[in-house]
Design a protein around this ligand. Structure first.
Ligand code: IVH
Length: 679
């Protein structure tokens, strides 16, 4: 074979491995998605043409391999243990005392503390720097071989990286947790519901179900991620502490949770627990607690293990995010797009620190499948900020007088006959003027991610629509303070404030404006992509479906939906009235030349210089710094003309005054989080 072709294949693999690492592990891409796709296609074509060049660690294996008939099993060289649980500070202090007694010391012991990821434990075995096999935990002694499936997870290195802090170990078994992020989980479930498939009960089940597929091409299509947290059998890894080991693993190309705490004494562990509890609802993934580990590896060996758990680590578990309660009623709710969703009204119950009194039942098929009846005792759960949902009925607690739910055949709000296309799971009210839809559209338009109209809450929107003061969102800008002051729970002052807020909201980023229009399938991300590509409402309204779907990240479904929206004269009329009322969508800033090839992929924090001041309530300074750096930004100590952003927490210092003087943009904690999330 041609040496030139072999060289090209090797070069493509190296470039794609590196691109993968930058994108999925560091979250800091170096090449555009388009460039990546082009190189990947070239490599796939070459491997197709020259099968002798195929390798199990080629980046092309991420798309999956032909299905298996069953999983083989494999013995773990070092057993995969489980963890003892501590509930509360007292039990953690007991653990610390026990550790010190066994180590025969009165000195404080240093621990690392890590989020306990709620996913599936896996072991990845590397020989001479290449992924040889991957296995589930199984019973701890033997697991199932899921190598092909794990190869499809983008943040799992297929080949280790060298040159970062030491040689590549000859044998390296790394352990970590495979999980599915909440946003991806929601999207996957929504897609399954649309197709009439059963949704996964929670992200952990989704991750487990996706990993245990005989056909790795199914796994490849599921957005799985990994955080690595330890090692099993290793040869040639020379480290003294757990934390040092994690840093080495990061250097070798593994993804480590940036929230892992450097070693500290037990009081620091307790302080981190409090912060982690606070952060929990805003994290993009589920955690079920915190893992505390003795940092010194010699001490770990001295402490050893019991039959199923080590003596050097403990899991401090959080309160469950599932509770049981009673379904008091089932009502249907009409959404922005007319989708009619059954909602269970529950006897209020605390779930993970939040009072829950309603839970979604998704659609009629789901109610039937779960057989939820009025009067049932049910298990409800919430995960992160996901809308609470009914997991299952506790049938053993049925009395026999529970009442089955029947989907109405007319809209409960406007009495239009409901429709359900035969191939869809969703029932819809097709009357676009249905007050429930109008209200939901206006709420969406006024919400934070859109025009962000301060003081225009749900109750007020209800009144405006019910009193005929607003039929669409363009009507909002005609409201005057006198009219508003006459509404319930409004006074002259709040009416004036609202008019001022409406006035302010008229200058709005094009992307937020597009998002606010509520075009089906156009969420924040699609709105961003469209705004960056078309830069004006006119250009977007005139683009044909081909031009739309040519935008990276915009599929044919979104393209058609945008087209349909602008082809509707009613929609054009509303937009016209908005513009007449002075609403001014502002195009995004021109991209820097090098970022131009890849709009949307890089974080808004990339290349920016930040200064931190004051105390943030959910983040330590080091964590905020790590987040900024992971997004490609830089943190400096003092404010100057070069500073792009000052992030100000509680009781900020003189840096804030200086920022104001120099006209530097000041972000509060929420603004900062929004920016980091936008990446
Ligand atoms: S260490 C011997 N660290 O929790 C120590 N486990 O109940 C073994 N888990 O099977 C585990 N995040 O699936 C460790 N940062 C973390 C973890 C973690 C999640 C899971 C893991 C393990 C289970 C133990």
């Amino acid at each position: 074979m041609d040496a030139e072709i072999e060289n090209r294949v090797a070069e493509l693999r190296e470039t794609l491995h590196r691109a993968n690492y930058r994108y999925y592990v560091l979250d800091d891409p170096e090449i555009s998605d388009a460039e990546y796709d082009r190189l990947m296609r070239e490599l796939m074509a070459l491997e197709e043409q020259y099968p002798a060049l195929r390798r199990p660690d080629s980046p092309t294996v991420r798309v999956g391999a032909p299905p298996l008939t069953a999983f083989d099993t494999v013995a773990h060289a070092v057993p995969m243990l489980s963890l003892d649980n501590a509930f509360g500070e007292g039990e953690l202090l007991d653990f610390d005392r026990r550790v010190r007694r066994l180590l025969e010391t009165d000195d404080p012991v240093r621990y690392t503390a890590e989020p306990k990821m709620d996913g599936v434990a896996v072991e990845l075995v590397y020989e001479d720097g290449r992924l040889r096999l991957a296995a589930t935990r199984g019973d701890g002694a033997t697991g199932e071989l899921i190598t092909e499936n794990v190869r499809t997870i983008r943040s799992v290195p297929l080949v280790l990286r060298s040159g970062d802090g030491g040689p590549i170990p000859s044998v390296l078994s790394v352990r970590g947790e495979v999980f599915m992020g909440l946003e991806n989980f929601r999207r996957l479930n929504a897609a399954r519901l649309e197709k009439g498939e059963a949704p996964f009960a929670n992200p952990r089940n989704a991750a487990a179900g996706s990993l245990r597929q005989l056909d790795s091409r199914v796994t490849a299509a599921r957005p799985l991620e990994i955080y690595c947290y330890g090692v099993g059998h290793v040869e040639g890894l020379d480290v003294d502490s757990h934390y040092e080991m994690l840093l080495r693993l990061a250097g070798l190309g593994f993804r480590i949770n940036p929230l892992v705490q450097p070693p500290g004494d037990v009081s620091e562990v307790i302080a981190f627990h409090a912060r982690l509890m606070e952060m929990r609802p805003t994290l993009p993934y589920d955690i079920d607690g915190m893992v505390v580990k003795v940092d010194n590896l010699k001490d770990q060996r001295r402490l050893g293990a019991k039959s199923r758990s080590p003596r050097w680590a403990i899991a401090w578990k959080f309160a469950a995010l599932q509770e049981t309660t009673v379904v008091e009623a089932i009502e249907v709710q009409v959404g922005r797009t007319g989708a009619v969703t059954p909602v269970a009204h529950l006897k209020p119950v605390q779930v993970g620190g939040v009072m829950v009194s309603r839970a979604t039942l998704h659609n009629a098929d789901e109610v039937r499948k779960k057989d939820v009846r009025i009067g049932d005792v049910v298990l409800v759960q919430r995960a992160g900020d996901v809308i609470p949902e009914v997991v299952k009925v506790i049938t053993s607690r049925r009395a026999g007088d529970e009442i089955a739910f029947v989907m109405p055949d007319r809209c409960p709000v406007c009495d239009t006959a409901l429709q359900r296309p035969p191939d869809e799971a969703v029932t819809r009210c097709v009357n676009a003027a249905c007050p429930a839809q109008v209200k939901a559209r206006i709420r969406h338009f006024a919400a934070k991610g859109a025009l962000d109209i301060d003081g225009l809450g749900a109750k007020l929107v209800d009144q405006l629509v019910d009193k005929g003061l607003a039929h669409d969102f363009a009507d909002l800008f005609r409201l005057d303070a006198d009219t508003l002051a006459g509404l319930e729970r409004m006074g002259p002052k709040s009416a004036e404030n609202l008019v001022a807020a409406l006035h302010r909201s008229r200058r709005v980023d094009l992307s937020r404006f597009l998002h606010g229009l509520g075009i089906r399938h156009v969420g924040e991300r699609a709105a961003d992509l469209l705004a960056v590509r078309f830069r004006s409402l006119d250009a977007l309204a005139d683009a044909d479906a081909d031009a739309l779907s040519a935008v990276e990240g915009i599929g044919p479904e979104i393209a058609w939906s945008v087209r349909r929206f602008f082809d509707n004269p009613e929609n054009r009329k509303v937009i016209h009235r908005l513009l007449e009322a002075g609403v001014t969508p502002i195009p995004p800033p021109e991209a820097a030349p090098d970022a131009d090839a890849d709009p949307g992929a890089s974080s808004p924090a990339a290349g920016k210089i930040f200064v931190l001041t004051g105390t943030l309530s959910t983040l330590k300074r080091e964590e905020a710094k790590a987040l900024i750096e992971a997004a490609g930004g830089k943190v400096t100590g003092s404010v100057s003309g070069k500073t792009d952003y000052v992030v100000a927490g509680e009781s900020p210092g003189s840096k804030l005054d200086k920022a104001r003087k120099l006209g530097v943009t000041v972000l509060d904690e929420e603004g900062f989080r929004d920016m980091i999330r936008a990446g």
